[in-house]
Structure formats: structure tokens, C-alpha cells
Design a protein around this ligand. Structure first.
Ligand SMILES: Cc1cc2nc3c(=O)[nH]c(=O)nc-3n(C[C@H](O)[C@H](O)[C@H](O)COP(=O)(O)OP(=O)(O)OC[C@H]3O[C@@H](n4cnc5c(N)ncnc54)[C@H](O)[C@@H]3O)c2cc1C
Length: 497
């Protein structure tokens, strides 16, 4: 008889690792199964490599800025993507080791392999109500360790994976397999000269910003004009203008018809055989326009839940049409004893969300807490160039709730004042939304939004004020910290309704 665990977590990403460590610290005998690498998307293929690459790109702009402040000697500057990649890999290895160490010290049993829930002690009958119920978890690819675990409850935290273009396009579209996904971006050894990024979400904008900042000729191509749907429209527009000013060719409402590879010998072929994947230009055929030639196509067109092959259907775990696991507010699925959280569910696909959910769930399950997960005033950022950050409602969302006063400011930050004199037109943008009605300044601040290099740091620090119900006059009452970009949030007086 295999060992019986109190709690088995499938997936060692942001949510899974936190849940496993916390559950173990509350005394639950906890197993954690991971197919690929500890740390999941955030550490290995998401937030961390992405932000390191954003930093890498920001240095290029820094050279020209530094010249305006009197520095010389950057004429010979060159960039090695392969070196950046090896630095990034070393940092990720360090983080993976920390994750392994923290799991070991919390007493979590870590198992490597692809997990699926292969059965329950009740053999098809309802799992509700019996204390000795357990699930059987099979681990495919497990080597010198258990191939099967039994657990009283299971948490599915298997996250999402990029949706490949070839699987997203209608029949008749040729060449989808020539496009890569964001996972490949952080494995490139050489910077492609020309890059086309497909998509209108934050990963598309961030990757377009990275390639452009590192020196690739970059095109952002999106099928409609609605980028970053959940963000304030005015803020998105300002960001796009900034991206265009930095050199990204932003083509919105553009229909992609297909991709083909021009082999190094000059022969054009539709789609890609194995040989075609190795070299030559890629052509993107566009409706009503000339084809776009490039060296690398990134499809950042969405992510899909990693629920396939987990055995959930057989157990009766309900999923929506995108394959996301349906849960109630307490992360319980339709099958008693099986929980889910993070990207694999229909919640905001962000690391701190998965982590907070893991904290709440494990305190509820193993520490007698009755708290619930609260995502109000969730701060969000898009590390594009320029960067966006937001907390609270967009102007559009706020107007749906009633009257508003909207304060907006666009200005050249002091740091960019020399560049502005030299012709750069980049501006910071701040927007604050006050609930309307009553005396000016008496309404709560419903949302703060910013485009500019410090935006994420500033917005994160404003988030508690909004949660506490700060009114505009509370902002006005704070003496500004000068000279900063953030002080403008305290000094905005003109508004529109
Ligand atoms: C390019 C990119 C940039 C991002 N940038 C940010 C950012 O700046 N800020 C932010 O907050 N979020 C960002 N995210 C999102 C963030 O990474 C995710 O929201 C977060 O990782 C979700 O955590 P999770 O635990 O739900 O899933 P994941 O971290 O994806 O972990 C799931 C784990 O489950 C494993 N797994 C899957 N199936 C099985 C199986 N059958 N058996 C065993 N293991 C399995 C996977 O290998 C993976 O390790 C980014 C994502 C991407 C792709």
C-alpha cells in the first residue's frame, strides 16, 4: 500500500509551491509533483526572465541618455543575447535551488514527473463524506521514486501554456508552425534582426518592447484595435504612441493570412518542413498589404489551461469551454476534495494572485481560517516600453458605475528634459479617477493609472490608499515629494467630468 498524504499539489509554480509549503507548515503531510522545473512559469518562462530582459533593453536607451548628461565612450557598445541568456539561466538556477531548499525545509515531499489523478478509493462513486476517501495520483516519468501517491485532498495548480499559432488559426491558414511562443524568446542565442510579434495582450506588448529595445526591427501586429482590454483606454493609447515613438511598427486591425519560409537559397515554400524551420526569412502575408519579411515571429495570442491528461474529466471536475477549471470562491472544484487555483482557473493570470490564493486556501484547509480571497484593487503592470501600471477602475469601468471626475496629466519628466530639448517627445502620463457628485475632492479615488518608467513602483505604493478608501482630498492633503513623477498624483487640480 502506497503512503497516504493529506494534501497533494500538482504543479510547482507560484501557486503550487506556496500552497505546498504553507500546508506543510500547518502540519499537513504534503506532496508536490512537478513535471518540468520548480518555480513554474514565473521563474522559468515568465515574470523573472521577462523583467531581466526588460532591464537589458533599458540599458540601450541609457547610453544615449547618458551622453546628454555628459558621459562619453559608448560608441563601441555591443550586445550579446547569448551572454544575457546565460546570466538569466544562472539566476533561474539559483531561484530553482531556493525553491527546492524551501520545500525541503518545510518538509514537503517533492516528486518529479507528469501527474494525473488516476482514481479514487470509491471507484466512481461520490467522493463526498467519507474520512478515508483518497485520490490516487500517478506520476509518469518518475524515476527513482514513487510512481503512485495516495492523497486525501488534491490541489491542481498546473497553470497555463502558450497557445501555438498553428492551433489557434482557422483551417486554410498555412504556416502557423513557423511562429514561436514566448517560451522560445528566452532561449534565443542570437538577436533576430527583424521580429514580428502577433497579439494584443501584455505578453505581446512586453516582448515587442524587449526586442525593440535590444535593437531588433520590431513590428507589433494585432487583428483588431483593442489592445490590453482590461486597461484604461487613454493609458493604452499613450503607451502605444510611446512604443511607436521608440520605433515599434504598431499595425492594428491587420489580418494575417499565412506564413511562409523563404529558404536561404531563395525558394519560397508555404508552411515549414523540418528543414524549413532551420533558416531563411519568414514572410507574413497580410490582407490588403505587402507581405512582411522577418527573421522571427512570436505568437503571443493567448494561453491555455494545462488540464489535458490530468484525468479530471473522468472524475467529473467541471471545466469551462477554454479548459479552465471552475471553482467556487473557496477554490473548491465540482468534486469534493479537489481544489484548483492560479492560472489553471478563471482568475487573473498573475503570480501574486496565485500566491495569495494559495495562502488563503491552505489557511482555510489546515489552519481553521474562514478568510476569503479578495482581489479588489489588484495592482497590475505591463512592462512594455514605456511601462504601464494601474490600480482600481479604468475610466470606462468607473463611468459605468456613475459620475466621475477624471484628472489627467502629461508631462516631460525631469530626467527626459535634455532629451526633450534634443527632440524626443516622450511624456509621462498620469490619470486619477475620483467618484463624482458632491464637493470636488470629496469622492473616493477609484483608479490610478500611469505610463512611465517608474509606474509599477509608484502604483504599487498607491494601492493601499485606494483599498483604504482614500478620497481625492486625501491625496491633495499630502505634501508633494519634489522633484518626482509621483508628486503629480498629489497636485492634479484640473478635471473633466
Ligand atoms: C512571458 C510571461 C510573462 C509574465 N509576466 C508576469 C509578470 O510580470 N507579473 C505577474 O504577476 N505574472 C506574470 N506572468 C504570469 C505568471 O507567470 C503566472 O500567472 C503564474 O506563474 C501562475 O502561477 P501558477 O502556479 O498558477 O502556474 P505556473 O507558474 O504556470 O505553474 C504550473 C506548474 O505546473 C506544472 N505542471 C503542469 N502540468 C503538470 C502535470 N500534469 N504534472 C506535474 N506538473 C505539471 C508546470 O510545469 C508548471 O511548473 C507572466 C507569464 C508569462 C508567460
Amino acid at each position: 500500500m502506497t503512503e497516504l498524504w493529506d494534501f497533494c499539489v500538482l504543479g510547482a509554480g507560484s501557486g503550487g509551491v506556496r500552497a505546498a509549503r504553507r500546508a506543510a507548515s500547518y502540519g499537513a503531510k504534503t506532496a508536490l509533483v512537478e513535471e518540468v522545473t520548480l518555480g513554474g512559469t514565473c521563474v522559468n518562462r515568465g515574470c523573472i526572465p521577462k523583467k531581466l530582459y526588460v532591464y537589458a533593453g533599458s540599458h540601450r536607451g541609457g547610453f544615449s541618455e547618458a551622453r546628454l548628461f555628459g558621459w562619453r565612450g559608448f560608441a563601441d557598445a555591443s550586445f550579446s543575447l547569448n551572454y544575457l541568456r546565460s546570466q538569466k539561466n544562472a539566476e533561474i538556477a539559483r531561484l530553482q535551488a531556493l525553491y527546492a531548499e524551501s520545500c525541503a525545509s518545510a518538509g514537503v515531499g517533492v516528486f518529479r514527473g507528469k501527474a494525473s489523478i488516476s482514481g479514487s478509493s470509491l471507484k466512481g462513486r461520490s467522493l463526498k463524506g467519507r474520512k478515508d476517501d483518497y485520490f490516487v495520483i500517478s506520476i509518469e516519468g518518475a524515476k527513482s521514486q514513487a510512481k503512485e501517491l495516495r492523497a486525501k485532498s488534491v490541489l491542481v495548480a498546473t497553470g497555463c501554456e502558450p497557445l501555438p499559432l498553428a492551433e489557434a488559426v482557422a483551417t486554410g491558414f498555412v504556416g502557423g508552425e513557423l511562429a514561436s511562443t514566448s517560451d522560445a524568446v528566452f532561449e534565443l542565442e542570437q538577436l533576430p534582426e527583424r521580429v514580428v510579434v502577433l497579439g494584443g495582450g501584455y505578453i505581446a506588448l512586453e516582448c515587442a518592447g524587449i526586442f525593440n529595445a535590444l535593437g531588433a526591427q520590431t513590428t507589433l501586429l494585432h487583428r483588431n484595435d483593442k489592445l490590453l482590454r482590461s486597461f484604461d483606454r487613454g493609458i493604452v493609447k499613450h503607451c502605444l504612441e510611446g512604443m511607436a515613438a521608440r520605433g515599434v511598427d504598431c499595425r492594428l486591425s491587420t489580418r494575417l493570412l499565412g506564413l511562409s519560409r523563404q529558404s536561404p537559397q531563395g525558394r519560397e515554400r508555404e508552411g515549414a518542413g523540418d528543414a524549413d524551420k532551420r533558416g531563411g526569412e519568414i514572410y507574413l502575408r497580410i490582407e490588403d498589404d505587402l507581405p512582411i519579411p522577418c527573421d522571427f515571429v512570436l505568437a503571443a495570442i493567448g494561453r491555455r489551461a494545462r488540464t489535458r491528461g490530468l484525468g479530471l474529466e473522468a472524475l467529473g471536475v467541471a471545466m469551462d469551454k477554454r479548459g479552465k477549471i471552475i471553482t467556487d470562491a473557496d477554490f473548491a472544484t465540482s468534486v469534493a476534495g479537489i481544489y484548483a487555483l492560479g492560472d489553471v482557473t478563471d482568475s487573473p493570470e498573475l503570480t501574486p494572485v496565485a500566491i495569495r490564493q494559495a495562502e488563503v486556501l491552505t489557511r482555510r484547509l489546515f489552519a481553521g481560517s474562514d478568510e476569503s480571497f479578495d482581489a479588489h484593487f489588484l495592482p497590475r503592470a505591463v512592462f512594455a516600453s514605456p511601462t504601464i501600471a494601474s490600480v482600481g477602475l479604468s475610466e470606462e469601468e468607473a463611468r459605468e458605475q456613475g459620475a466621475v471626475r477624471v484628472y489627467e496629466s502629461r508631462f516631460v519628466p525631469l530626467r527626459a528634459s535634455f532629451a526633450a530639448r534634443a527632440g524626443s517627445c516622450e511624456r509621462v502620463m498620469l490619470k486619477l479617477i475620483e467618484r463624482g457628485g458632491g464637493e470636488v475632492g470629496s469622492g473616493e479615488v477609484l483608479g490610478c493609472h500611469m505610463v512611465g518608467s517608474d509606474a509599477p513602483e509608484i502604483i504599487q505604493a498607491l494601492a493601499p490608499s485606494l483599498r483604504l478608501g482614500a478620497r481625492k482630498k486625501d491625496f491633495d492633503g499630502v505634501i508633494a515629494l519634489h522633484p518626482t513623477n509621483a508628486e503629480e498624483f498629489m497636485t492634479m487640480r484640473d478635471f473633466r467630468q
